[in-house]
Design a protein around this ligand. Structure first.
Ligand SMILES: C[S@@+](CC[C@H](N)C(=O)[O-])C[C@H]1O[C@@H](n2cnc3c(N)ncnc32)[C@H](O)[C@@H]1O
Ligand code: SF4
Length: 345
């Protein structure tokens, strides 16, 4: 790890021009490097063939592209594929490719583990092992075998994106900028439990869709399920959301895992309607994917449907999200590289 070179992936043309100048090259070489990275998808500096050999060698003394192929993969019966990607910090993260008719969504990770410690989440059980660099986040796309089939990206893998906002913003910039992948921000959704100040910064500086993990409309219960509620209560998140326009391109959704006998009562349903009144948004009900050692159970289909219908009838558009990749532990909240990290220690 000590002698690992710095990654070019994640740098903007402006940053690459500064770098080129520092290394004694013409500034335009920075622009050429950006083209090789984001349009050419080169895997090695040596492949940047319109840059002189001397300059490529100079660059390669300190830098590398920063891409690494997946170290492992598992395929679900439903076509979902879970990849294990190495990171620049010599750790591993999981990424899930989810094909669905004419859509193909990639669920990317933003951290190794997570420090938010939500009661129901296997990534939370792993604890926090480090932030991903912008290169690590982008590599999950850059080195994905199905890269060219992707239609959507969701930051719903390991980690809390707001807790690594600088690198998440750098990565979404490359994905949406003309110099980069030139994707519309409406193909990207960033999911968060809500982190004070960071969420506001994200809303101010990004046009990507936002998903908020709600899971309970009641303060004490949400805090029991999700300690992050103590740092940024749901009421504050919703108050903040009222300052932004979600009626056009940008979409706001709330994720709600339905736990049997915990958050599926009429009181909860009424509270959700009250809280979300006047806000342009939708609710996605999620099935609980059981994790070991946690005494929570998913509500059955009948209860999920009843909650969906109640919310929709009361003006909150609600859908039930299909679970994908459960057989390979790739479904929401099941990602963990704890075992892999232990093996490496
Ligand atoms: C793993 S998180 C990553 C993004 C961000 N940290 C968050 O919590 O929104 C993505 C989604 O998975 C949900 N999730 C976590 N554990 C789950 C589980 N065991 N079953 C179903 N969904 C789960 C989260 O609540 C969140 O809505
Ligand atoms: S649900 Fe999200 S915030 Fe909570 S522990 Fe899991 S990854 Fe972290």
């Amino acid at each position: 790890m000590a002698d690992r070179k710095k990654a070019l992936l994640g740098m903007s043309p402006g940053e690459l021009k500064v770098l080129a100048t520092r290394l004694g090259m013409p500034a335009f070489t920075g622009g050429q490097i950006a083209l090789w990275l984001y349009k050419g998808h080169v895997t090695s500096i040596d492949d940047m063939s319109n840059i002189s050999k001397a300059n490529r060698e100079r660059l390669a003394e300190e830098y590398e592209v920063g891409c690494m192929p997946p170290a492992d993969s598992m395929r679900s019966a439903d076509g979902t594929v879970k990849y294990l990607f190495p990171t620049c910090g010599d750790k591993y993260v999981e990424t899930v490719y989810i094909p669905d008719n004419d859509r193909a969504t990639l669920c990317v990770s933003s951290q190794v583990g997570c420090k938010m410690n939500c009661l129901f989440c296997q990534t939370g059980k792993q604890g926090f092992e480090g932030n991903l660099s912008a290169a690590d986040i982008l590599n999950q796309i850059y080195s994905l075998p199905e890269r060219d089939k992707l239609t959507n990206i969701v930051f719903m893998g390991q980690g809390e994106p707001m807790d690594n906002i600088d690198n998440v913003m750098k990565a979404t910039e490359v994905l949406t900028a003309d110099y980069g992948y030139a994707w519309s921000p409406k193909r990207i959704t960033v999911s968060s439990v809500g982190v004070k100040n960071k969420l506001k910064r994200f809303l101010d500086e990004s046009d990507c869709h936002v998903a908020i993990s709600m899971h309970s409309p009641l303060h004490e219960q949400r805090a029991m399920l999700m300690p992050a509620e103590r740092g940024m209560p749901l009421a504050d998140i919703i108050a903040l959301m009222h300052n932004y326009d979600f009626s056009h391109q940008r979409r706001l959704s709330f994720e709600y895992i339905v736990f049997d006998g915990v958050n599926d009562s009429p009181v909860h349903a009424r509270e959700i309607v009250k809280l979300l009144g006047g806000l342009e948004c939708r609710v996605n009900l999620i099935r609980f994917h059981k994790i070991p050692g946690v005494d929570l159970h998913g509500a059955d289909d009948k209860k999920m449907t009843a909650l969906r219908d109640y919310l929709t009838r009361h003006g909150v558009f609600t859908t039930i999200r299909a679970s994908r990749g459960q057989d390979i532990y790739a479904a929401c909240g099941l990602l963990s590289t704890a075992k892999k990290e232990q093996e490496l220690r």
